[in-house]
Design a protein around this ligand. Structure first.
Ligand SMILES: NC(=O)c1ccc[n+]([C@@H]2O[C@H](COP(=O)([O-])OP(=O)(O)OC[C@H]3O[C@@H](n4cnc5c(N)ncnc54)[C@H](O)[C@@H]3O)[C@@H](O)[C@H]2O)c1
Length: 328
């Protein structure tokens, strides 16, 4: 059985991939690389660190502290563990923070990606029997910028609107170009608005659900703003499918729920569970791109990818987790 290395392995998405791989015995061992970073002010009221809860067990898991921008360390760890599969999720994951720190966004999405691919190339040269079976780069729906149509597919125009989207797209170019040049099989995943238990980056879905539980008013910026909300388990399983299936080799996939839904709809679903919930509609934040559906037809056709959670069932699971864990 294979060995899998996940950069950003302590994160929301990286830890979910590790949990699914080990639970389903798809891999023998997961090596989680992380710099133990955090993007939210930990002194803020109601800050909850979910990192411990992200792992049901640490059996067959190795955690290595490393910043992927440090070539020497990441290269040493790739040499040491010789992973068959690499999922590269480590990056500055928030558009708002990236836009204030262009250099950090570039180092995390572009330089780090090149470092990992270079480490794979150098190990393959040194050790002829080593072969990376798949390098998986995590991009974003933000590479599309403002959607020109209500639904975009992988071939739609890429016109990122901010530093985050620009650096994510640059990371895609590095992945495609350098991997192709050195015959390293790669897959690029474009997720969107991933939500669910154990997220701690205070994206819109987390703020909405936590406010509903706490009885705090929700502010909706743009009533008709649509996002393709994707439940965390669907993304993790879709990414694993793409990495392990031969049809996923050297391909780009939107891995989402496949349905853009308005922020207002999200809140109305919450209101069914919390009838006293109060909300207010304000103007859209124009610095954010207007988005919608990311077509998943390609992933359905080539990978038989089928998301299991719709927005209602995903929110139900999320609320159940927060209540069970008595976080509030
Ligand atoms: N969550 C979403 O809705 C979403 C949507 C689109 C794309 N993505 C992308 O998916 C990836 C994972 O996002 P997430 O939601 O799991 O974020 P996260 O913050 O939960 O996880 C990222 C992890 O990477 C680590 N990390 C960051 N930079 C690092 C570095 N230079 N070296 C080592 N470790 C580093 C962090 O400590 C963290 O544990 C990111 O690349 C993000 O851009 C996420």
């Amino acid at each position: 059985m294979s060995k899998t290395l996940i950069t950003g392995g302590l994160g929301f998405i990286g830890s979910s991939i590790s949990e699914e791989l080990l639970k389903k015995k798809i891999t023998k061992k997961c090596i989680l690389i992380d710099n133990f970073g955090s993007y939210i002010n930990p002194l803020k009221e109601n800050f909850v660190d979910f990192r411990k809860q992200r792992f049901s067990s640490l059996e067959n898991t190795i955690i290595e502290r490393c910043d992927t921008s440090n070539y020497k360390t990441i290269s040493m760890l790739i040499n040491k563990h010789k992973p068959d599969y690499i999922y590269h999720t480590a990056a500055l994951p928030l558009a708002k923070v990236s836009n204030l720190n262009n250099e950090e966004a570039k180092i995390s999405s572009v330089d780090s990606t090149l470092n990992i691919i270079d480490a794979i190339i150098n190990l393959s040269i040194k050790n002829k029997s080593y072969k990376c079976k798949r390098f998986v780069y995590f991009s974003s729906s933000m590479v599309y910028g403002d959607f020109k149509k209500s639904s975009v597919n992988e071939k739609s125009e890429k016109n990122p609107k901010d530093a985050y989207g620009i650096m994510k797209l640059a990371g895609e170019v590095v992945t495609e170009g350098v991997c192709r040049l050195h015959s390293i099989p790669y897959t690029i995943i474009r997720p969107s608005a991933v939500y669910g238990p154990k997220d701690m980056n205070r994206r819109v879905s987390q703020i909405f659900v936590e406010n509903a539980i706490r009885g705090k008013k929700i502010i909706i910026q743009g009533k008709d703003e649509k996002l393709d909300f994707t439940y965390i388990k669907d993304l993790a399983n879709g990414a694993i499918l793409a990495a392990r299936n031969k049809n996923g080799k050297n391909q780009i996939f939107n891995i989402t729920c496949g349905k853009g839904q308005s922020l207002h709809k999200f809140v109305l679903l919450l209101k069914k569970k919390f009838p006293n919930l109060k909300y207010q509609i304000e103007k859209k934040d124009i610095s954010k791109p207007s988005r919608g559906t990311l077509s998943i037809k390609k992933a359905q056709k080539l990978l038989s990818y089928k998301p299991k959670f719709n927005l209602e069932t995903g929110i139900t699971e999320y609320v159940k987790f927060l209540k069970k864990n008595k976080v509030f």
